[in-house]
Design a protein around this ligand. Structure first.
Ligand SMILES: *[C@@H]1O[C@H](CO)[C@@H](O)[C@H](O)[C@H]1NC(C)=O
Ligand SMILES: *[C@@H]1O[C@H](CO)[C@@H](O)[C@H](O)[C@H]1NC(C)=O
Ligand SMILES: *[C@@H]1O[C@H](CO)[C@@H](O)[C@H](O)[C@H]1NC(C)=O
Ligand SMILES: *[C@@H]1O[C@H](CO)[C@@H](O)[C@H](O)[C@H]1NC(C)=O
Ligand SMILES: *[C@@H]1O[C@H](CO)[C@@H](O)[C@H](O)[C@H]1NC(C)=O
Length: 316
């Protein structure tokens, strides 16, 4: 169930599971298509260019940084026109916020679309970070437009971070359409043949909280797990809506104490535990709870899958 090539949902996996603690999403919406219909109110911490400001001396003098502790990506040069590569600006905003000794918020302002390439945001940071996504974040559109030396297996990675929250009313739009036709794992080829395509697994830790997130991908998009967790303990997934073309929540080996409450799945393949024991390996999963949830228009409810050496076992 490693779908890391599948960018539209990739970001969800990455955001949620590379965080070591407390990933919180508030009314976050995600679309598989590049739409612009989800912006709600601007955050109180999002001053316009005209706002009065009194920046602390160590921050750049910049109209976007009028609130202490808030690092607006525009003040680091991000343009947000959906075309300009804003990767460096995001990295600078990240690094600056990360070095802040007081709690810092990185603001991705609304009404703008920021294009960023495959990026690893690295910690540890000096204090807790909030990544406030009110605008739209998109990758380069499809494999053809990705820079040649960019990883095609990951888009947004948060690495070695403690105490980070991701929140906001914005959209992380993986623009998955053009990737879904690429193989990610062993999959059905023509005339019943099996084609290769192994993917990386996320490595994650513990204490992940996913709250009020909305994930969507077309029902026919392949390998688009909503949330995939692996090697992670103490996971809470609450009050969320997931519709896609594969597992709603996929719980891989090495997971324990997973609590799923009030989620709505469908269309999709339901909630899965597995595939366990691929290649005769040993895999343990324990204490998984699913309650108060709705699974509809799905080909399974909750199921346990196991893998064997037989590659047919991978086919879905
Ligand atoms: C987002 O959630 C907050 C509470 O967490 C709520 O007050 C607000 O109305 C919600 N916004 C939308 C657009 O759903
Ligand atoms: C990719 O190449 C560009 C220019 O050749 C360079 O600026 C960039 O840092 C490289 N990115 C990676 C991830 O190596
Ligand atoms: C697939 O099967 C059809 C019908 O049996 C055959 O005509 C076609 O050549 C096969 N395609 C390949 C690539 O083997
Ligand atoms: C369940 O989640 C939905 C969002 O999917 C939310 O609107 C609803 O209030 C939640 N119900 C409870 C009891 O928390
Ligand atoms: C099972 O997981 C829940 C959290 O989802 C935790 O509160 C509970 O203590 C765990 N039970 C056992 C027996 O570990």
């Amino acid at each position: 169930m490693n779908k890391f090539c599948q960018l539209s949902l990739l970001c969800i996996s990455l955001f949620c599971f590379f965080l070591s603690t407390q990933a919180r999403w508030h009314n976050h919406t995600k679309h598989s298509k590049h739409k612009k219909s989800y912006i709600s109110q601007p955050p109180s911490s999002s001053p316009g260019p005209a706002a009065s400001y009194s920046p602390p001396p160590e921050e750049p003098k910049n109209p976007y940084n009028s609130t202490p502790g808030v690092f607006d990506v525009r003040s680091f040069g991000a343009v947000g026109d959906g075309q300009t590569d804003d990767t460096q600006a995001f990295k600078m905003a990240w690094d600056t916020a990360c070095q802040s000794e007081s709690p810092a918020k990185i603001l991705v302002p609304n009404h703008l679309t920021f294009m960023i390439q495959s990026t690893i945001f690295t910690g540890p940071c000096l204090s807790g970070l909030v990544l406030q996504v009110d605008g739209i974040i998109v990758p380069p559109d499809g494999p053809e437009s990705w820079p040649k030396n960019n990883s095609r297996r990951q888009w947004l990675v948060f690495y070695r971070i403690n105490e980070m929250s991701l929140q906001g009313n914005g959209v992380i739009d993986g623009r998955g359409d053009k990737w879904w036709s690429l193989p990610c794992k062993p999959h059905m080829g023509i005339n019943g043949t099996t084609l290769p395509g192994p993917c990386d697994s996320p490595v994650a830790i513990r204490n992940v909280h996913v709250e009020s997130i909305s994930i969507s991908a077309p029902a026919r998009s392949p390998n688009t797990d909503g949330i995939h967790i692996e090697n992670t303990n103490d996971v809470k997934i609450y009050n969320s809506v997931i519709s896609n073309g594969d597992d709603c929540v996929s719980i891989g080996s090495g997971c324990c104490d997973v609590d799923i409450r009030n989620i709505t799945c469908g269309p999709g393949h339901g909630i899965s535990i597995g595939s366990l024991g691929n290649h005769n390996s040993r895999a343990c999963v324990s204490n998984i709870t699913v309650r108060d949830s709705i699974i509809r228009v799905s080909d399974n409810g909750v199921r346990i899958k196991h893998g064997r050496v037989d590659p047919e076992q991978y086919l879905e």
